[in-house]
Design a protein around this ligand. Structure first.
Ligand code: URA
Length: 196
């Protein structure tokens, strides 16, 4: 009935996460907004214990408005499922919400402009653990210049959240030898979550 429709509409405006989504979807703060097809806000369980953070949307993600839906995304889904979880149980987001042209790395001004949206997602979700996928995600989230090879394999504290940097699935597709160390990183996370 009409009262349910009104109640639903009110929930959308009063829920701070939905307000954050709406603000992100309308963002024009950096130049990436002018070449995007869709803003890729994030997807999954807003009460998740585990969050994944990637770099930014590629062509497939820009097309669909959802993170990690291309070939790298299919591998990420397999990684999540190998941990005994599903995409619905975790939350998935990126450092930048709009696709950088030609899939280049985001520029400093772009990631610095966009990362407050990610911090607000993290603040709302309050995950116990964040898995950071690749150098760009890890270096931006952790504010470091240390490379992923050095960072991976151990938790880094981010305001009480345990951050595990590991390889990006797109890198794993090009370097299948690195799947083994990545799986070791995921197993450390599983142990911490009581999944192992
Ligand atoms: N690579 C990323 O870093 N993020 C996506 O959403 C897709 C591919």
């Amino acid at each position: 009935g009409i009262s349910e429709i009104i109640a639903e509409g009110c929930e959308a405006v009063s829920d701070p996460f939905e307000a954050l989504r709406a603000e992100t979807m309308a963002c024009t703060k950096c130049p990436l907004h002018s070449t995007r097809k869709n803003v890729v806000f994030g997807v999954g369980n807003t009460q998740a214990e585990l969050m994944f953070v990637g770099e930014g949307p590629g062509a497939d993600e820009d097309e669909k408005g959802e993170p990690f839906v291309g070939r790298a995304g299919q591998l990420l889904t397999k990684m999540i499922e190998a941990m005994g979880l599903s995409r619905e149980k975790v939350y998935i987001a990126n450092i930048v919400k709009c696709r950088p042209p030609e899939n280049r790395n985001p520029f400093e001004n772009e990631s610095m402009t966009c990362i407050p949206f990610l911090y607000r997602q993290i603040e709302y979700i309050k995950p116990k653990i964040i898995i950071c996928l690749g150098s760009v995600a890890a270096q931006n989230l952790l504010r470091t210049n240390v490379g992923i090879t050095k960072l991976r394999g151990q938790f880094v504290d981010l305001n009480g959240i345990k951050v595990m940097p590991t390889y990006h699935p797109a890198y794993l597709l090009r370097n299948p030898n690195m799947k083994k160390p990545c799986w070791e990183d995921l197993q450390i996370v599983m142990k911490e979550m009581g999944l192992k």
